[in-house]
Design a binder for this molecule. Structure first.
Ligand code: ADP
Length: 747
């Protein structure tokens, strides 16, 4: 079987990961695989632009932005004539399976090719350009599309390859602008990409804590938006906020369809607020740079699944499918349906039916939009129902996780917005037991969305007899009506204990809700906890640097990452960096595994490679630790290569939270506050932990926690990501009998 892969349209970070996965999965399955340069142009041109690819042709591309295959807009391919040339070039090589990585234009082009294929094959046969035998062998084209687009503008998939990285770039820029805006008391109007899709604008506003956002799907009233914006900005300045950031999507407009431009917003701010305002148009910066860990893994998993679908004949011959991701699960969708829904959004916007446009966007988009509306109000609403305000406590527990502050900020503002009193607890349960609480105001949490660490302070603590008594007393004294615990396993366990001891301590009969925040991602009920994405990006960034440091000598690195006995970080980092192996406690470590790795490394280095990479989870095996691995590999490897250990340590717990962590923190916090408010006045107050499963946020009964946890190893009994391990193994191994590229590693 022969298949080909191309990248087309606008480039996006993570495309290379997809190309690598397509090539290597195909080779692993025994198929011949071709790469086509410059998108459809290469297909039309043929010749050298369509090349057989080998395992090492796609080495060292995982960490590179853009696309190594090149991409072009191809006029010729828009005509049937051009597509006939393309079919001829494909048939000359016996290719009748194709992976197209691109935006909706590219996939539409692919669709046309597939539709016309039989007809074009007939014409080419009649002309004598191909033999009837070849025509008979390749009557149809199978086509699978992967959506590479920074805009996240394809219906049916939660996210497109490149969107997460673009959010990283925008968020980095906004963080930088916020600090200078703060120093100068200046306003910034930032224009981000998105003609018809406000995804980047909306999500970057949530993750940066911007003051206001204009997106195409939610146009403000043409009559009042200027006054509304100015009233909001003045109120927020009056309340103490020192900098102003307004985000404008490229395609922003008012409800009459008139564009709202960044220049107009700037002029408005300058003339009415009498402050300096600056416009920053982020432009192509948003497309560039190394792909985020998420986009590397997304590209890899989708590329792998695309080849599966093509080679198992699971993609129809008469209509292309796209492979996307919904709630961390790979999905196959008819391209037609997704394109039709995309068109429906554009048509709704053009027809000024904005309600419909918003409803056609995914649930995550709508949820973020609703939360942002509340968060950006500078003053709380008043308590509507005449009830006494609730007093709700918020605390961080366990090790710091990036995103904790974003969660606290959102909880405080959403609580205040509903008219309640929010008490920030210092240093986790220890502070609660000591009665260290203070009321937090709207402006107390300004800027917290972007800060790493824990502003409230956090401790790892298990509650003993006396602590329970003290906590219960503090709850009484401070008249606490509900508690939000933002933390990891120790925080969840402590919260569970409070609930279990309610009979002895009646004061604890209040709603308690836990929000998963730990880099280890070892909590039940949630596929992802906040902090894990940031840690993963930190690891991947560090490994990129380690890799560069060793480009001159033959060296193997053993990189140790955190996670305790949960192998999530090691597994996902292994996938994102192309490590030969990721050792985790769940699978154990044996001498024979290590000897197997040694053999692989030895063969690779003998063939001229320069770098080996092994990742281990910190508690994968307490006897065979990183040092042991180093000694074993060094001793047995002889003079072929040397071995270095890099223990990444606490850099993984720190740093500014990634956009994804900030956004999930905000989303979780919003649901948790709703939960506390709803249950605070109930007779039997509930206790729960929240999580993200299949793209939805859900609550789970806290009393069941111990049953969901492998207590000895402090991780959930079921871990969804274990199913991804075989992909990493398949794609990183050294192809037997081939010579790796001498100038690079084999990642
Ligand atoms: P994107 O894939 O990023 O949306 P474009 O819309 O520019 O980018 O499409 C990339 C290429 O895909 C075009 O240059 C053209 O070769 C091909 N293409 C796009 N739309 C069509 C179409 N309707 N029919 C045939 N080919 C198309």
């Amino acid at each position: 079987m022969q298949l080909a892969v191309l990248t087309s349209g606008g480039d996006s970070p993570g495309m290379n990961a997809a190309v690598r996965a397509v090539v290597r999965t195909a080779l692993d399955r025994g198929a011949n695989v071709f790469t086509i340069l410059e998108g459809y142009q290469g297909m039309v041109d043929g010749g050298d632009a369509i090349r057989r690819a080998s395992w090492s042709d796609v080495s060292s591309i995982l960490e590179r932005g853009g696309t190594v295959l090149g991409t072009a807009r191809c006029k010729a391919f828009r005509n049937r004539e051009g597509r006939r040339e393309a079919v001829l070039n494909m048939l000359e090589r016996g290719i009748d399976r194709l992976v197209v990585i691109g935006g909706d234009g590219s996939l539409t082009g692919g669709h046309a090719l597939q539709r016309e294929w039989p007809g074009l094959v007939g014409e080419l046969t009649a002309e004598g350009a191909i033999s009837p035998q070849i025509a008979a062998r390749h009557p149809r084209l199978r086509l699978v599309g992967l959506v590479g687009s920074i805009d996240n503008d394809m219906a049916g998939t939660d996210t497109t390859i490149g969107a997460d990285t673009a959010l990283h770039r925008i968020t980095e820029a906004l963080d930088a602008l916020s600090s200078t805006a703060m120093s100068h008391r200046r306003s910034f109007v930032v224009e981000v990409m998105g003609r018809n899709c406000g995804y980047l604008a909306l999500m970057s506003a949530v993750s940066s804590g911007a003051d206001w956002v204009f997106v195409p799907e939610d146009p403000p009233s043409a009559e009042t938006w200027r006054d509304d914006l100015i009233a909001h900005l003045s109120a927020s300045r009056a309340a103490g906020r020192q900098n102003t950031v307004v985000i404008v999507a490229e395609g922003a407009r008012d409800d009459l369809g008139q564009p709202i431009t960044s220049a107009e917003v700037r002029d408005l701010i300058e003339t009415t607020l009498n402050t300096e305002a600056r416009v920053t148009v982020l432009g192509h910066v948003q497309r560039g740079g190394p792909p985020s860990a998420f986009d590397r893994n997304l590209g890899t998993l989708l590329g792998h699944a695309a080849v599966d679908a093509l080679l198992n004949d699971e993609s129809p011959v008469d209509a292309p499918i796209i492979i996307g991701m919904r709630g961390n699960r790979i999905v196959r969708l008819p391209l037609d349906d997704s394109l039709a829904q995309n068109r429906a959004v554009t048509e709704a916007i053009d027809a000024k039916d904005y309600k419909r446009a918003m409803s056609l966007r995914g649930g995550g988009f709508r949820a973020a939009h609703a939360v942002l509306k509340t968060l950006t109000q500078s003053q709380p609403d008043t308590l509507a129902n005449g009830n006494k305000p609730l007093r709700l406590a918020v605390l961080n527990a366990g090790a710091p996780a990036p995103g904790m502050n974003a969660a606290v900020r959102a909880a405080v503002r959403l609580g205040l917005d509903r008219g309640h009193v929010i008490l920030g607890v210092e240093n986790g349960f220890e502070g609660l037991a000591a009665g260290k609480l203070k009321e937090l105001g709207w402006m107390d949490v300004t800027g917290w969305a972007t800060r790493g660490g824990s502003e409230l302070g956090t401790r790892r603590m298990s509650l003993q007899g006396k602590d329970l008594y003290n906590v219960s007393r503090a709850v009484e004294e401070h008249e606490i009506d509900g508690i939000l615990v933002i933390g990891g396993m120790s925080g969840f366990m402590a919260a569970h204990k409070l609930v279990a001891e309610r009979e002895d301590y009646p004061a604890l009969n209040i709603p308690i809700v836990c929000l998963p925040a730990t880099i280890n991602n070892n909590l039940p009920g949630s596929e992802l906890s906040i902090g894990a994405d940031t840690a993963l990006n930190s690891i991947v960034g560090a490994v990129d640097k380690i890799r560069q440091s060793a480009s001159a000598q033959q060296r193997c690195f053993v990189v140790e990452v955190m996670g305790r006995r949960c192998g999530y970080l090691a597994t996902m980092a292994g996938l994102a960096t192309g490590a030969e192996r990721a050792y985790i406690h769940e699978e154990g470590v044996t001498i024979s595994d290590m000897m197997g790795d040694l053999e692989l490394l030895r063969r690779g280095f003998q063939a001229g490679r320069r770098l080996g990479l092994i990742i281990r989870s910190e508690r994968a095996n307490d006897v065979y630790d990183a040092r042991f691995m180093q000694q074993l590999l060094e001793e047995e490897g002889g003079d072929l290569f040397d071995v270095r250990v890099a223990i990444l340590g606490h850099l993984q717990q720190g740093g500014q939270p990634s956009p994804f962590d900030r956004i999930s923190a905000t989303r979780f916090a919003s649901s948790c506050m709703e939960f506390l408010i709803e249950h605070a006045r109930a007779k039997d107050p509930a206790a729960a932990y929240i999580g993200l499963e299949g793209g939805e946020t859900r609550f789970h009964d806290l009393t069941n926690l111990p049953r969901m946890v492998d207590v000895a190893n402090q991780r959930p009994k079921q871990q969804w990501w274990m199913a991804l391990r075989h992909v990493a193994r398949q794609l990183a191994r050294v192809e037997s009998g081939t010579t790796p590229r001498p100038d690079g590693d084999d990642a």
